[in-house]
Design a protein around this ligand. Structure first.
Ligand code: SF4
Ligand code: SF4
Length: 327
């Protein structure tokens, strides 16, 4: 596709879909776009797309006494343009959690009518990126590769194929096959590939844990984190009537593992800090065969004390994993 055709393509698309793409406001963020000229592709969005599918807060049902009224779910038709490889893989991982492992009707409703149109990073958009150190897959309807005066557009699904056919006038057929070299993102492989299972008691985790504020910003910014809590809200004037709500939570909060009897499973901040990293890099893979982390670097960029777990892991050495961290 010639670059000058992109806006026309997106404008056409916005007649049938809500167009959501990165724009620059205070930060770069995904928003509804009416004018494709405002799309900003130089940097990745500060916030991931997660909230479009797995909402920050949603009403699961309302109740009056023991009568339950189900929430009416809508499924907006949305075309997401400008999604990077990390965020596309994050959607794939959340699909595993909310559409394969369980059938979550709230997530499925938000997700099912979405078109995923990727933008392949010509180079790492942030110094914190490390997607190239992880085994990410191709997961998109269409992927746009930036090639000077044109985009090479790769079809990744039946939906994407139909779309390219429907707007065929805006594309020029190409016989060029995509190669692995096309898919490399320079500067995005800074996490050393190492088996961290032997490092659980390594003293260097303290470098992060000691300055962690347990604020949960890392998990809120993470495109793959999916911890939530459920609570009932009632009004004082009629406590029989109310809403059951689900909202994002965080494994970094001590409250998150507080259970009946006032027992807290991960009382210690270091345990919570390590749990996040091990869930991202190990436990999810043990369960689903793929690492949960997609290497977007947001949890590092957005951490108020700039804890860089990639740097911590890269500097860990065997033989220094003794339990100083427990002292
Ligand atoms: S954002 Fe940083 S300080 Fe806050 S909980 Fe996460 S690692 Fe700790
Ligand atoms: S753990 Fe950090 S780098 Fe990995 S996906 Fe989440 S925010 Fe991105």
């Amino acid at each position: 596709m010639e670059k000058k055709r992109l806006n026309e393509f997106l404008l056409q698309l916005s007649k049938s879909y809500e167009l959501i793409a990165p724009v620059k406001t205070d930060v770069v963020r995904f928003e509804r776009v009416k004018n494709p000229e405002t799309i900003h592709l130089e940097k990745n969005a500060y916030f991931p797309l997660k909230e479009y599918f797995f909402k920050k807060e949603e009403v699961l049902f309302t109740f009056t006494g023991n009568k339950i009224q189900e929430t009416t779910l809508s499924s907006p038709k949305r075309a997401f343009f400008g999604i990077r490889k990390c965020d596309l893989n994050a959607i794939h991982h959340q699909d595993i959690v909310f559409m394969k492992d369980t059938q979550d009707p709230y997530y499925i409703a938000q997700r099912k009518n979405s078109l995923l149109l990727g933008y392949h990073c010509p180079s790492a958009p942030s110094p914190y990126c490390f997607c190239g150190s992880l085994d990410l897959i191709d997961f998109f309807d269409l992927m746009f590769y930036d090639k000077e005066d044109h985009f090479l557009v790769e079809v990744g699904s039946e939906k994407g194929k139909k779309l390219a056919e429907k707007y065929g006038k805006l594309f020029s057929p190409s016989t060029r096959l995509m190669t692995q070299a096309d898919k490399v993102i320079p500067g995005a492989d800074r996490l050393d590939k190492k088996d961290i299972s032997a490092f659980y008691d390594h003293k260097d985790w303290k470098k992060g844990a000691d300055i962690c504020l347990s604020c949960g910003a890392c998990t809120a910014l993470c495109p793959t984190c999916y911890c939530f809590e459920i609570h009932d809200e009632v009004k004082a004037e009629n406590v029989n009537k109310g809403e059951r709500k689900r909202s994002w939570s965080s494994c970094q909060l001590q409250e998150f593992t507080r259970v009946a009897g006032d027992h807290v499973f991960r009382e210690d901040r270091e345990e919570r800090f390590k749990h996040r990293i091990y869930h991202q890099l190990e436990y999810f893979k043990e369960k689903y065969g793929v690492q949960m982390c997609v290497g977007c670097g947001r949890c590092i960029d957005g951490c108020p004390t700039r804890i860089d777990f990639v740097d911590i892991i890269n500097k860990m050495e065997h033989g220094k994993e003794e339990t100083e961290s427990k002292n």
